[in-house]
Design a protein around this ligand. Structure first.
Ligand code: SAH
Length: 375
């Protein structure tokens, strides 16, 4: 697929309802065609137009000539002992990203990527090591959900599980590779597809965008599509956060928390999930927990503690279990709703912060360096 000549047909996979209506209208077709097309593509998982019988023969021929439904190619799959699955998805330009499925009781959460690599350079994250490749397009982001949903549906049907086939995913989180709020323009249409009843039909509380704290984009997210917000905080003060999350030098803790407070106050059911990766001896003391609790006062929120997931060459360690519990207890005593996230899929490098995918340019550069070293 990556060898194929660039297509002149327009990819419709990542277009939300409004964009699809405009696409039909611009061709002199009736806009409600969008409402017919969406369920075929996203609920049934069709990849071509021929079987879409309610669209009429002429329109289907026109769609086949002018449009396409093209997703990243699922290239490899790894399965964890705990049921977590990770896919490497190849993009048309040769780059690759990863998506992770985390089954948990009745919940099936898909974690998708928003960029090739990441520019933020958080010290504790494996994705940062490969640098930034590029933004994913809306088609590539929606395509991860589409490709995985199709696969899960086919598996469920083969196993005779009609209920599972009808609802392969219950939650989607933008917590894979990349910073979604630095690619909001491409992320927003995908969020709208995820919550659209004619497409994936997920509840707004079951679609989560996670950010390292791009303050101005938080407001734009709230205005663009009302979904759940997670903020990767990791430190209660600027001195430490500047070091762990370099983006903090641009948007310090005070400004970030103020944006979160406004976000949570913006609608009655809204709250913010703060993610806090626990690094042994760095940000995991009871005093830091108490400071964190003080700073979160007045914000409708909960805290997800993530014991550090190691990767080769990482400068940190996971704290001992007692220390994780003590941190959690200090937050609970201060009245903060807190849970500790179990590491999932860490045996296949699918846990938070372990995704690497592949950035094409880097690979080339390292190949050249290897060749030069040999010469
Ligand atoms: N850029 C976004 C989304 C991707 S990261 C963000 O920063 O929120 C998804 C989550 O994994 C973030 O909370 C991130 O801080 C966390 N994470 C990164 N590296 C980790 C590691 N090595 N161990 C545990 N969590 C990690």
């Amino acid at each position: 697929m990556s060898e194929r000549a660039p297509s002149t047909r327009e990819n419709l996979l990542g277009l939300d309802r409004r964009a699809l209506e405009a696409w039909f209208a611009a061709r002199g077709e009736r806009p409600f065609r969008a409402r017919q097309l969406l369920p075929w593509v996203h609920r049934r998982g069709l990849g071509d137009f021929a079987p879409m019988t309610d669209l009429g023969k002429a329109l289907r021929a026109r769609l086949a000539a002018e449009a396409e439904l093209r997703a990243p190619l699922v290239e490899a799959e790894q399965r964890s002992a705990d049921g977590t699955r990770k896919w490497l998805l190849r993009l048309a330009d040769g780059n690759a990203v990863e998506a992770v499925l985390i089954p948990d009781g009745g919940r099936r959460t898909l974690c998708v990527s928003s960029q090739v690599g990441c520019a933020l350079n958080c010290r504790f994250c494996a994705t940062a090591r490969q640098g930034f490749g590029r933004n994913l397009t809306r088609h590539e982001i929606a395509g991860q959900v589409w490709a995985v949903t199709r696969r899960l549906r086919a598996e469920a049907l083969a196993a005779g599980d009609a209920a599972l086939a009808a609802r392969p995913l219950t939650n989607v989180v933008l917590m894979g590779m990349g910073e979604p709020l630095l690619n909001l323009e491409e992320v927003l249409p995908v969020l709208r597809l995820l919550v659209d009843d004619l497409a994936y039909g997920l509840s707004r509380r079951r679609v989560t965008v996670s950010t390292a704290g791009v303050v101005p984009a938080i407001e734009r997210l709230a205005a663009g599509c009302d979904v759940a917000l997670a903020v990767s905080l990791h430190a209660p003060d600027d001195a430490l956060r500047d070091e762990l999350v370099p983006l903090n030098r641009k948007y310090p803790v005070g400004e970030l928390l103020e944006a979160c407070r406004r976000y949570a106050a913006g609608a009655p059911q809204r709250s913010v999930t703060f993610e806090y990766v626990l690094l042994d001896g760095v940000n995991d003391s009871p005093a830091q927990a108490r400071l964190l609790a003080r700073r979160l006062e007045g914000i409708r929120c909960k805290v997800n503690l993530i014991p550090f997931n190691p990767f080769p060459g990482a400068p940190y360690r996971r704290p001992p279990a007692e220390r994780v519990d003590a941190f959690r207890d200090a937050l609970l005593r201060a009245g903060v709703r807190t849970i500790t996230r179990r590491p999932r899929g860490d045996d296949i490098d699918a846990a938070c912060g372990q995704l690497v995918g592949r950035v094409r340019d880097r690979t080339r550069r390292s190949r050249r360096m290897a060749e030069e070293a040999q010469a």
